[in-house]
Design a protein around this ligand. Sequence first.
Ligand SMILES: NC(=O)c1ccc[n+]([C@@H]2O[C@H](COP(=O)([O-])OP(=O)(O)OC[C@H]3O[C@@H](n4cnc5c(N)ncnc54)[C@H](OP(=O)(O)O)[C@@H]3O)[C@@H](O)[C@H]2O)c1
Length: 308
Amino acid sequence: MKAVEMYQNGGPEVLKYEEAAKPAINPDDVLVKVYASGVNPVDYKVREGDKRYAGAFPRILGWDFSGVIEETGSNVHGWKRGDAVYGRPDINRNGTYAEYVAVKANEIARKPGSIDHQSASGVALAGLTAWQALFQHGQLQPGERVLIHGAAGGVGIFAIQFAKWKGAYVIGTASGKNVLFLEELGADEVIDYEKEDFSDGPADIDLVLDTRGGKVQQDSVKVLKPGGVLVSTVGIQFPDALKAKDIRGAAFMAQSVPADLDQIAKLIDSGAVIPVVSQIFPLREAAEAQRVLEEGHTRGKIVLQVIE
Ligand SMILES: NC(=O)c1ccc[n+]([C@@H]2O[C@H](COP(=O)([O-])OP(=O)(O)OC[C@H]3O[C@@H](n4cnc5c(N)ncnc54)[C@H](OP(=O)(O)O)[C@@H]3O)[C@@H](O)[C@H]2O)c1
């Protein structure tokens, strides 16, 4: 099969588009023919050698896919060859920058039927993250005020739409070029971080979703109500400041929960949530796709087209 492999950590140039062995499946796995793969920040973090995700070489990056089941393991029930599925495979295994991926059957869900594979390939990782941040770790309730940082990014576009669907009052931060875009996605307010300091606002926020860390996280404490919650995708960095204001801090790693994927697919198929793909690269240009994502200003998702 064609795949993008790497033999060492480093910059985008370590990614090699080449012929690789088709993965073997375990009894609990399905083999998926990958039609498209999402590109996520974790991909370049693993490429650069983030110790949390150390693994053996050669390694195939990418943990976000949409495709069709080619083969099922002997323990797998409920799935068959030809089923269209999507998901976020285990980051400790080889990933989805490849024509085939072996993934546990209990980590996948039926692909949203109303969208194509390219759009679906950018949903699982970012969608699960936004879903679990707001509803599992943040316990977001209708009517609450939520502030979403990095609202125009992969996680942010789902978070804005999920929070709005839940009935929250939704505020997002982004640069000026994304203000209208986020209003169209449903944000009640958008703070242009190039012109305004979000932390000048009143301390009336129930939930902050922090996708940035650093000063953004530190300043978020100022606008949270006592008793509020700060959910971070990048770790809690100022625990004492949170404690002093009686704010709960929650850092987490998104999990592949099929029930969550089913809910997300349902919202997409109902039209309540729209995936946003801003750029599609062919698989062979995975290195360029990562270069662009690493600049940090992607709107929605970048995906790789694997099957023409
Ligand atoms: N813990 C987990 O399980 C988990 C899961 C997924 C992601 N993550 C992490 O979460 C982070 C975000 O992921 P992502 O996929 O959303 O990244 P992304 O798509 O690369 O985010 C890009 C977005 O960030 C916005 N941005 C840049 N600087 C900003 C600022 N100062 N304030 C507000 N927005 C800003 C950009 O908007 P503008 O162009 O308008 O600036 C752009 O739309 C990454 O570090 C990722 O590794 C963690």
